[in-house]
Design a protein around this ligand. Structure first.
Ligand SMILES: Cc1cc2nc3c(=O)[nH]c(=O)nc-3n(C[C@H](O)[C@H](O)[C@H](O)COP(=O)(O)OP(=O)(O)OC[C@H]3O[C@@H](n4cnc5c(N)ncnc54)[C@H](O)[C@@H]3O)c2cc1C
Length: 383
């Protein structure tokens, strides 16, 4: 069935940028403890994102005429892999670089491309994704937040939830109902760019299990948007969102969320001089799975490089990848607990606690496990 997911090697031009991005990532984390580095996904640092932009590491897949590097998805894979392995703070450019800019490139007007994409490539704009609403997460087509046409453009009323980075963001790309009712499902949905500083927008941060507040509720009360806030065609929002999710689900970000913990644990094993067969088998198990998942993610990247939208394959990578990421803290915690004679230093302990607390979210964010398995089953012709 997955004959579209054939092994692909990272091409030389992708590998060529690894030393430079590794050097920048290492500099960024030089003084950061492992538990801070484990927060890589939610580490918000506009200065670091601007540095990446200045150094040519943002917009790698985007055309040069909009400030991109035209190096393609393999180069982006290498950059993301290096940043996450190191635990560098990626949140301030993450969503814009991965999703918003390609979406605007593919569906936006020329004016939107010229305005937003160069700023994203410079690491200046923070975007967030306004898909989920109370009652509309997995059942995304049921969104109710509405944008009505006015003489000048659009008026938005409703609410979004779980919006990562809304509190620090500049713009949201929101999936909104522009015609019909929630019962119409896919028809009548459109994507609009909302300036988060616009009058009528209220952002209320939500604190998660770890005590961090990286996502938020966002309320819209008679928010007036210009006519050119619409991305692409009115009513095409569902199609656009589906393509966007393939970018979100296939990348190395679905494999490396717990990797700082894995590194810290292996360093602990070295310090403790533990190399018995059971320990080696556990390290080998993690390493082999990481290698396999990485190969699958690269295979998806190869499809993206061909301009395809590997929705089913991306779902497979995300489901297997997040299962791996979630197993790491559990099995590492069990391993440390079963060696009470070894002292565990405070940094490793804090890292384990953080990753244990955040891990349940890995299989929720970007689409839940059950939904992904439904997509995979449909792709295999099972439903
Ligand atoms: C850390 C984090 C960051 C997030 N960031 C964003 C963001 O930036 N922007 C955004 O728009 N959203 C974001 N989300 C929201 C996320 O996409 C949703 O939480 C997710 O899609 C699930 O939707 P829900 O919470 O409404 O749960 P529900 O859809 O209510 O699901 C509840 C449970 O029921 C199961 N379920 C639902 N439908 C089915 C079905 N048909 N078959 C089988 N099982 C089913 C689900 O798998 C789940 O286990 C984020 C979530 C997290 C945890």
């Amino acid at each position: 069935m997955f004959d579209t997911l054939t092994l692909a090697a990272l091409p030389a031009e992708g590998e060529a940028i690894r030393p430079a991005i590794r050097a920048i990532a290492e500099q960024a984390i030089a003084n950061a403890s492992a538990d801070v580095r484990a927060r890589s996904w939610s580490g918000f640092d506009r200065d670091f994102s601007r540095l990446l932009g200045r150094s040519g590491f943002l917009g790698l897949t985007l055309p040069k005429c909009y400030g991109g590097a035209e190096l393609g998805p393999f180069a982006r894979f290498v950059v993301v892999e290096e940043l996450l392995s190191a635990g560098a703070p990626v949140a301030a450019h993450w969503i814009a670089d991965r999703q918003s800019a390609p979406l605007i490139l593919n569906y936006g007007s020329e004016a939107q491309r010229e305005y937003y994409i160069p700023r994203i490539c410079r690491g200046e704009l923070v975007f967030c994704i306004g898909m989920s609403e109370p009652g509309s997460g997995s059942d995304l087509a049921s969104v109710r937040t509405r944008a009505e046409r006015t003489a000048a453009g659009w008026r938005v009323n409703g609410q979004k939830i779980w919006t990562t980075n809304a509190a620090h963001g500049d713009y949201m790309i929101a999936l909104l109902r522009t015609s019909g009712s929630a019962g119409d499902r896919h028809a009548g949905l459109s994507q609009l760019i909302i300036d988060l500083k616009a009058p009528g927008v209220t952002v209320r941060p939500i604190t998660d299990l770890t005590g961090d507040a990286h996502f938020a509720e966002v309320f819209f009360e008679d928010v007036e948007l210009p006519a050119d806030a619409l991305i692409g065609e009115e009513g095409e929002g569902w199609k656009q969102v589906t393509a966007e999710l393939a970018f979100e689900r296939s990348g190395p970000e679905r494999i490396y969320s717990s990797v700082v913990l894995l590194d810290a644990w292996i360093a602990h094993l070295r310090d403790a001089r533990r190399d018995d067969p059971a320990t080696c088998a556990l390290v080998g198990d993690f390493t082999a799975r990481l290698g396999t998942l990485r190969a699958m993610s690269i295979a998806c990247t190869a499809r993206l490089a061909l301009g395809e939208s590997p929705v089913v394959e991306a779902s497979l990578v995300k489901d297997l990848g997040t299962r791996f990421e979630q197993e790491l803290p559990t099995r590492i915690g069990d391993d440390l607990a079963s060696h009470p004679d070894e002292g565990v230093d405070a940094e490793l302990y804090r890292t384990l606690l953080y990753v244990t607390h955040i891990a349940p979210s890995f299989s929720l964010r970007g689409g839940t496990r059950e939904i992904l398995r439904g997509i995979i089953a449909r792709g295999m012709g099972l439903r």
